[in-house]
Design a protein around this ligand. Structure first.
Ligand code: FAD
Length: 326
């Protein structure tokens, strides 16, 4: 096997958790088949992320460091990634699913004329082939796909792959790509990127999510969800009903028209389990539902169900977790 590339994203000057997981999976594949791992970093202040990439499994990191590219620009990143990956040595490109990589991967696959597997939750080698497992129809069925053309591109869902253990004695060879994009030549300019005022833990990368729905009865009761989330170090999510009612912001919405999440633990509070909500969270490893209606559809999917009034259950649960984690 030749080189496996990993498109690396940063947040606050460090690699994102999803990028570390993609690196870990690339390392595992490369070790099994005698290949190497190369990270691609585009942006500003790449010193720390490049070092981190070495610690977490990259043999090489190719960088395009330019203050003008500090904010993600689809056109810039596509053009640079095509230049980096078009040389013929890449066999596979892994990326963690994010708003940016969903767009980038699709453009890249079209530009390179190669296959793309989105939302992968598993990846196995069968003979000479790599087989990617991905959920369809809100997790009702799973599809296994192989990719034609090199480099095949796969988007990995966060929390389904393991990052390699950090090894601070490991260093990657860092090489500038040696190519850039002329800003005057761009059809799309990013004037400003404003971070949404949402919780500290990123919803798509969170290991634990506590979500509230219409059963919360109003924005003033979401402190119950927030308190439990704070105890568990979790992100806060919401159903569309809660968002449409103006109780929560859209970046917190989970589901078909919101975010797709894949945490280890998803706690749904006062959420009925409509198919459009399940589409965004059904691949969570463990699902806990709190609902006063024993026939609520969410219980069909939940691993653990609490039939009860969330206004009684949530404070009790929070106290129990606080004691257990103290
Ligand atoms: C095209 C389209 C896209 C959509 N996209 C999304 C999406 O991305 N995300 C999404 O979530 N929805 C989406 N929806 C909406 C979806 O169909 C549902 O309407 C929505 O998910 C319902 O939200 P909910 O479960 O919070 O509310 P409800 O369905 O009203 O459920 C509220 C639940 O709270 C329970 N409850 C009430 N009081 C209590 C209490 N005191 N204690 C415990 N439980 C209580 C009730 O028993 C009930 O089960 C979409 C719909 C369409 C048509």
């Amino acid at each position: 096997m030749s080189m496996i590339w990993v498109y690396l994203e940063t947040s606050g000057g460090s690699l994102t958790k999803g990028s570390l997981e993609a690196l870990g999976e690339a390392r595992r594949l490369a070790d099994a088949a005698g290949g190497s791992v190369c990270g691609l970093l585009i942006g500003a202040d790449l010193g720390n992320p490049a070092t981190q990439a070495g610690h977490f499994g990259a043999d090489k990191v190719v960088t395009v460091e330019d203050a003008a590219f500090a904010d993600f620009n689809l056109e810039v990143h596509t053009r640079l990634a095509v230049k980096a990956l078009g040389g013929g040595e890449a066999m596979l490109v892994l990326m963690s699913v994010s708003t940016h990589t969903r767009e980038l991967a699709a453009r890249l696959a079209a530009n390179l004329g190669v296959g793309l597997a989105v939302d992968c939750i598993g990846l196995e080698r069968e003979g000479d082939e790599l087989v990617f497992k991905r959920p369809l129809y809100g997790g009702k069925v799973y599809q296994e796909v192989t990719l034609a053309g090199a480099p095949g591109i796969a988007l990995l869902r966060p929390n389904n792959f393991e990052a390699a253990p950090e090894d601070t004695g490991r260093a990657a060879e860092v090489t500038p790509l040696g190519e850039t994009v002329d800003a005057g030549d761009l059809k799309l300019a990013v004037k400003e990127a404003v971070a949404a005022a949402v919780g500290k833990v990123s919803l798509t990368e969170a290991t634990v999510i506590v979500s509230g729905g219409r059963g919360m009865k109003g924005p003033e009761h979401f402190n119950l969800v927030e308190d439990l989330a704070a105890t568990l170090g979790a992100a806060v999510g919401a159903s569309r009903a809660a968002v449409d009612a103006g109780w929560r912001e859209h970046p917190e919405q989970v589901g078909q028209t919101g975010k797709t999440v894949s945490p280890v633990l998803y706690i749904a509070c006062g959420i009925s389990g409509a198919i459009q909500h399940l589409a965004g969270m059904s691949s969570s490893r463990f699902i806990v539902a709190i609902n006063k209606d024993p026939d609520a559809p969410i219980f069909k999917l939940a691993d653990y169900g609490i039939v009860g009034d969330l206004f009684e259950v949530l404070p009790l649960l929070n106290e129990e977790f606080k004691q257990a984690l103290a």
